[in-house]
Write a protein that binds this ligand. Structure first.
Ligand SMILES: C[S@@+](CC[C@H](N)C(=O)[O-])C[C@H]1O[C@@H](n2cnc3c(N)ncnc32)[C@H](O)[C@@H]1O
Length: 421
């Protein structure tokens, strides 16, 4: 594929995400399906996610030169040029020529002088120095200012800086499917791997050579969460996973708790299909149900030993791997999510048997989505008490994971509550 063809594809993808609000990973995967050459795929993926990741930093550079925000369609062209110049070591003149050509090609002839001028001056712009302020954090780590402000107010400046600067691992975290293959045999097949406390880090290329029913990609944090849900639980529990798609936690739980009857639900039919596909691939017996976790389902009342609410959240804990989770988010989105999380917990409590557990988890570190929800729930529901989780990840009985804790950790939160009466 010619290089102008690749960047044109990337431009269209970025417009879909930034202008039409499409999901980055879905849009990219659909597009990559029709591209044969691996090098083209890698180039498009790198440029597409790179521009998303650096978007906040590039806004700063563009505004420093232009004084105001250009139209998004123009801004994206400039951001693609900036990514070439600053992150792909493309000589500035070559990047400018390529992007100006693309500007004309996509019918923005009138903006080509502006795009040219901003890109040519972009190397003059210096990023803010570390002065202990959130503007530095926001521009340097390319994270919206309001999120940096929030993190600093909750955790302080140094902790936030560590959180934002923790590097994501380029290796993939996988586990063996113990229904199909045991660890020893799996490790022989893997050959080259790095063991973690619950799984393995492998090179992405390794996956192609493995039988798909032998393994699954699952983050270490997600695996830790499942171990927390069932800590100390024996027997044959009835487990209801209310926000379950694509099914990662339910299927892993089934492997840890032989004898459990597990029901994995989701609100969205297309996501329920994902659970079904995953359950089939993993040769699992988890039952799959379409259900809205905020609406009472009378047949389940008082029936479950464990109810899991792995709720929709801001995703701030995994933003390094999914940079689009921060795109177009506003403080009011967090408030909406918080209301949904509380509604789900409030409905889920009805399904827990006396003596059973209500588990809550998120992949965010924002306290209003985590410990504040738990405190509110316990205050309003004295029939539940916090069931402390024994772990190295927090001394309040809840589990708080942060990416700076080590390789493979995401920002994650888990809490459990036991129904006493
Ligand atoms: C964090 S994801 C769950 C990940 C899953 N537990 C796993 O480990 O694979 C949250 C899920 O909640 C679902 N969801 C959102 N609102 C819901 C609702 N009202 N009822 C049930 N599921 C909902 C979303 O579709 C999404 O799949």
């Amino acid at each position: 594929m010619e290089s102008n063809e690749r960047i044109a594809i990337c431009y269209n993808l970025l417009c879909d995400v930034f202008i039409e609000g499409a999901y980055a990973s879905l849009q990219l995967n659909n597009c990559l399906n029709s591209i044969k050459d691996e090098k083209d795929k890698a180039y498009i993926t790198n440029l597409f996610y790179g521009v998303i990741e650096k978007s906040v930093q590039f806004d700063y550079i563009i505004r420093s030169i232009a004084g105001k925000k250009p139209k998004t369609s123009i801004e994206l062209l400039i951001k693609m040029g900036l990514y070439h110049i600053r992150c792909m070591s493309t000589p500035a003149y070559a990047a400018v020529n390529e992007i100006v050509k693309l500007t004309k090609q996509v019918g923005k002839v009138g903006a080509s002088g502006f795009v040219n001028a901003v890109l040519r001056r972009s190397e003059e712009v210096e990023l803010p120095k570390d002065d202990g302020g959130t503007k530095y954090l926001s521009v340097n780590f390319s994270v919206p200012l309001w999120i940096c402000d929030k993190l600093v107010s909750e955790y302080g400046y140094e902790f936030t800086k560590q959180f934002l600067s923790a590097q994501n691992n380029k290796l993939i975290h996988i586990r063996n499917n113990s229904r199909v293959i045991d660890k020893e045999e799996f490790e022989k097949l893997l050959g080259d791997f790095r063991k973690t406390q619950l799984g393995y880090f492998v090179e992405h290329d390794k996956l192609a050579s493995l039988n798909k029913s032998y393994y699954t990609v699952q983050s270490l944090s997600s695996m830790i969460a499942v171990n927390c849900y069932i800590q100390g639980v024996g027997g044959s529990p009835v487990v209801l996973d209310l926000c379950g798609a694509p099914g990662g936690k339910s299927v892993y739980l089934e492997e840890l708790a032989a004898g459990a009857s597990i029901y994995c639900c989701d609100l969205h039919p297309h996501r329920v299909e994902l659970i079904k596909k995953y359950v089939k691939r993993m040769k699992s017996d988890v039952k799959v149900i379409l259900n809205d976790a905020t609406v009472i389902f009378p047949e389940w009342i008082n029936k479950c030993d464990i109810v899991i609410c792995d709720v929709p959240c801001s995703g701030l804990g995994v933003y390094k791997n999914k940079p689009d989770v921060l795109l177009n988010k506003k403080p009011s989105d967090i408030e909406k999510l918080k209301r949904l999380q509380i509604n789900i917990l409030d409905n889920a409590k009805n399904y827990v048997k006396v003596g059973g557990l209500l588990c809550y988890s998120t992949c965010t570190v924002l306290k209003e989505e985590n410990e504040e929800n738990i405190a509110e729930f316990l205050r309003d529901n004295p029939q539940f008490t916090l069931e402390k989780i024994q772990s190295d990840f927090g001394d309040d009985g809840m589990v708080h994971l942060f990416p700076q804790m080590g390789e493979g950790f995401d920002g994650f939160f888990v809490a459990r509550m036991r129904r006493k009466q």
